[in-house]
Ligand binder design. Structure first.
Ligand code: ZN
Length: 179
């Protein structure tokens, strides 16, 4: 595992070098004295939670939920390993908490700041909780570049789906449910 990391890093460097091009003359950071934006300040907190997760032995991801007034309502980090729960992603934990504890109107005004773009499981939960906005640091594509070649994501495992079947019987409990 560890021997694959340097090559993954070098691929990131190549990619970053390639995308920078001559336009900005190779600077790694934007020029000037620009202070972090409000989003970036929250993202730095999410990234710190990611680092804390890794130190605890969990996958390195963290998130926080911020209301329309900029108040941090709740923080979470990944605890998949230490809790033995495959769904213990921080975004999912925050979406579940928000749906239980907050009104729909409040949820629609929230921003979920997260160290990495949410996975499909979490994206669905965020949508179901009707959290208004997501701000993320690493994109899914950028995360992929940090993984060894051939790495298979947990949400890309091969699962066989068979169906549909028994339409009339299966549809009966749903008759008239949706209005
Ligand atoms: Zn997730």
């Amino acid at each position: 595992m560890s021997c694959a990391r340097p090559s993954a890093r070098s691929r990131v460097s190549e990619r970053l070098g390639a995308t920078r091009g001559a336009a900005d003359q190779g600077h790694d950071e934007p020029a000037g004295d620009s202070a972090p934006s409000p989003d970036e300040r929250y993202l730095l907190q999410a990234i710190a939670l990611a680092a804390r997760a890794r130190r605890a032995g969990d996958p390195p991801f963290g998130s926080l939920l911020v209301d329309a007034g900029g108040v941090v309502l709740r923080r979470a980090r990944n605890t998949v390993v230490t809790s033995g729960d495959i769904t213990a992603h921080p975004e999912l934990k925050l979406a579940r908490w928000a749906a239980r504890a907050l009104s729909l109107q409040t949820r629609r005004g929230l921003t979920l700041h997260t160290s990495c773009e949410p996975c499909p499981m979490c994206a669905n939960a965020i949508a179901r909780a009707e959290i208004g906005r997501v701000s993320f640091a690493l994109s899914t594509a950028q995360l992929a570049l940090l993984k060894p070649p051939g790495y298979i994501n947990a949400d890309a495992a091969a699962v066989v789906y068979d169906g549909p079947a028994l339409h009339a019987a299966a549809a009966a409990p749903l008759e008239g449910y949706y209005r």
